[in-house]
Design a protein around this ligand. Structure first.
Ligand code: GAL
Length: 423
């Protein structure tokens, strides 16, 4: 858009210098439209860090936030924008869906920025592999979230006279005491992705990392129909005893608020919950506690947020896009963003001294899990399987969780059917 073409001819000479200067600066300054689902208090603060950095480079940031935890709504909106031939220039897309978009031929290429920033050497293989399509970088990783966390309010635990549970039996026992003391033992938001988030931690806890991979990565029918899975499903439904009646449809951050406010004792949720505790001015290890989900201490369910770039044609917008990609992996952004977001940096070479104790534990556990091969991709957060199977699993898990009449065996059978339909 050239606003100056609207000026009458006689003013052109007079404005010559201004026009030239404006044109020079606009060849540099582009726009990047960024689709994401970071709308909770902690998340909005975190994405603000990136917006400020992009704007400081002279580009403009068109915010395209679509509310809804885990990005289910954001992905629906993205599909409709892409189908109408008008995708945003950058979109938060995680895991194998990056490949799905790559196959459609819609993604741009970040190889030049990647080479300049030496991403190959910088990023752990598990992270870098997800960012490439047919060998080319098409996305940039923002962070590494851990899903298998248990969060707790220590004052509530103390008031009820219980310790932070380290096994499922302890959790159910503590639950009774917490109820008697007038608290909701386990805060939960009844949305399919939140149900799936709790469910996958149970699969890991009961079966270990090999079993987890058999179920969610290999879609192994025998594992899905095993006795271990039946046990997982039964415990999963039993957790309802610890939850409250207000859970249907509740957003995850409102659920975290119940723990923050002291109405509930605990929540099973990924470490984006930490962003809410921090935004409320609470200190890790003092005002709130984090602990790996019982039985998963040496394991790590990872969830990597990333921005994939769509092809854009205007050179200045391409430049804005490349700038965004470069900034995301720079130490300044990685440190500032991840401290607010609750995750650990996507690049492992940063000084973690300024991070809180939960983040430090997360990085230590990530490295230990990577070396011990107990690092597993999140099913609930789009890391483990393609979106069709994931959608089918979500439906079955949620239906089972909410239908008193569906047995664990029936749910396992349905999961197995969905897995075999995927081939
Ligand atoms: C996850 C995402 C996190 C966080 C969470 C809740 O899928 O990776 O960054 O936003 O959803 O929306």
């Amino acid at each position: 858009m050239r606003p100056f073409t609207r000026f009458p001819l006689f003013r052109k000479t007079l404005l010559g210098l201004t026009v030239a200067a404006a044109a020079m600066s606009t060849t540099q300054a582009g726009e990047v439209e960024v689709l994401h689902w970071w709308t909770s208090g902690g998340e909005a603060q975190a994405v603000g860090v990136l917006k400020d950095l992009v704007e400081a480079e002279g580009h403009s940031w068109e915010d395209f936030a679509v509310a809804g935890g885990a990005g289910d709504s954001a992905m629906t909106v993205l599909k409709s924008r892409a189908m109408s031939g008008n995708p945003p220039s950058a979109a938060q897309i995680n895991g194998p869906e990056i490949q799905e978009w790559g196959e459609l031929g819609l993604l741009g290429n970040l190889d030049e920025v990647a080479e300049q920033g030496d991403w190959d050497a910088l990023l752990p293989d598990v992270v870098a592999d997800m960012m490439r399509y047919e060998g080319n970088y098409v996305a940039v990783p923002v962070n590494v979230h851990r899903v298998n966390w248990l969060w707790a309010n220590p004052q509530v635990l103390e008031d009820a006279g219980v310790a932070l549970p380290t096994s499922w039996d302890e959790l159910f026992d503590a639950g009774e005491q917490l109820r008697e003391a007038g608290y909701v033992p386990l805060a939960h938001g009844g949305q399919p992705w939140q149900d799936a988030t709790v469910f996958e931690s149970l699969v890991l806890s009961y079966g270990g990392s090999d079993f987890y991979r058999q179920v969610f990565v290999d879609l192994d029918i025998e594992a899905i129909e095993s006795d271990t899975m039946i046990e997982v499903l039964e415990t999963f439904k039993r957790l309802r005893e610890l939850m409250d009646e207000g859970m249907p449809g509740r957003d995850w951050n409102l659920t975290t608020s119940m723990v923050i406010n002291g109405d509930a004792a605990m929540q099973l949720m990924g470490d984006w919950a930490k962003g809410e505790f921090s935004a409320a001015g609470m200190e890790a290890g003092v005002d709130y506690l984090c602990s790996p989900v019982p039985g998963t201490e040496t394991d790590f369910i990872f969830n990597i947020d990333s921005f994939a770039m769509f092809r854009v044609t205007e050179p200045e917008n391409q430049e804005a896009q490349q700038t965004l990609a470069r900034l995301v992996l720079e130490p300044e952004f990685q440190a500032a963003f991840n401290k607010v977001k609750g995750s650990i940096p996507a690049r492992p070479d940063l000084d973690m001294g300024e991070f809180d104790s939960c983040a430090q534990q997360s990085l230590e556990d990530f490295e230990q899990a990577r070396d011990g091969d107990t690092l597993v991709p999140s099913m609930a957060h789009r890391m483990a399987m393609n979106s069709d199977v994931q959608g089918a699993f979500f439906d079955i898990i949620t239906n089972y969780f909410n239908a008193a009449s569906m047995t664990a065996e029936q749910a396992a059978e349905r999961l197995a059917r969905a897995a075999s339909a995927a081939g």
